[in-house]
Write a protein that binds this ligand. Structure first.
Ligand SMILES: [Fe+2]
Length: 258
């Protein structure tokens, strides 16, 4: 197995490359549009053929490169069936799997951060998206977020895996890269086995997190595999632009509909 963990520093997003050494068939999980050329170059250098561009969910913080990877390399796009993405090639349900060479990844429905969240499991590893982060979890206050659903997903579909299973999240904001089932069962302050459901739900409801900066651009684009035109800027974005370039210029920009 060929395996690479790639990082987008702007959004702290991990992209994972998995490939079969013999057939050279490769899978990318959670690609990032701004890292498209980096990932295409790596695939070329390793002499790999991208067969699947998988998404763990419709991201709110970055735009996926999946659509471009399909256009350039012919990869098939796979995402959870409840994600709402209309132009995917594979709408994966719980227990479905994809194969690349002699390897398989099983799709496990892990809703709660979004209703379509899917984790991918194979070769002693699990790619958990935003369902389970290292010592944390994804937020549940937008995009069909449901703390109760997340609690049960993580407990029944991720923390039920063998203790030594390596867990790779979609993000880490503290310089960590990987964890294990046993570590998270013991040390995750939200979803570890010592924590109860009611406490978790109350904690998630009280986080009071800010609105994600790129959500208005990222979600509509990702519902079309990253290929949709950017959404028009929100009023807040116009205000930011006015700060950046001065009121006179910004007034012209508004007039131009930017
Ligand atoms: Fe997310």
């Amino acid at each position: 197995m060929i395996f690479r963990q790639l990082f987008d520093p702007e959004t702290s997003t991990y992209t994972y490359l998995l490939a079969d050494e013999r057939t050279r068939e490769a899978v990318l999980i959670d690609s990032v549009r701004e890292q498209f050329e980096r990932d295409v170059a790596l695939l070329e250098q390793l002499e790999l053929r991208l067969v699947f561009a998988l998404e763990t969910h419709v991201h709110a913080d970055h735009v996926t490169a999946a659509g471009r990877l399909r256009e350039r390399l012919g990869a098939r796009i796979g995402i959870g069936g409840k994600s709402g993405v209309r132009n995917a090639d594979l709408l994966l349900g719980d227990g479905d799997w994809i194969a690349f060479g002699s390897h398989r990844l099983e799709a496990r429905a892990t809703p709660g951060h979004t209703s379509g969240c899917t984790s991918y499991v194979g070769d002693g590893m699990a790619f958990t998206g935003d369902a389970l982060l290292i010592r944390g979890c994804g937020r549940t206050d937008f995009q069909e977020g449901d703390a109760r659903a997340l609690f049960h997903s993580v407990r029944s579909r991720i923390l039920s895996l063998p203790d030594a299973t390596l867990l790779f999240p979609a993000h880490d904001y503290h310089g960590r890269s990987v964890t294990t089932v046993s570590e998270e069962k013991r040390w995750n302050p939200r979803l570890g086995l010592a924590q109860g459901e009611e406490r978790f739900v109350a904690l998630m409801q009280g986080l009071g997190l800010p609105y994600p900066k790129r959500m208005d651009e990222a979600v509509p684009a990702n519902l079309h595999a990253g290929l949709a035109p950017a959404a028009p800027p929100r009023a807040e974005r116009v205000a930011e632009l006015m700060d950046e370039v001065g009121r006179q210029d910004a007034a012209q920009w508004q007039g131009a509909g930017i």
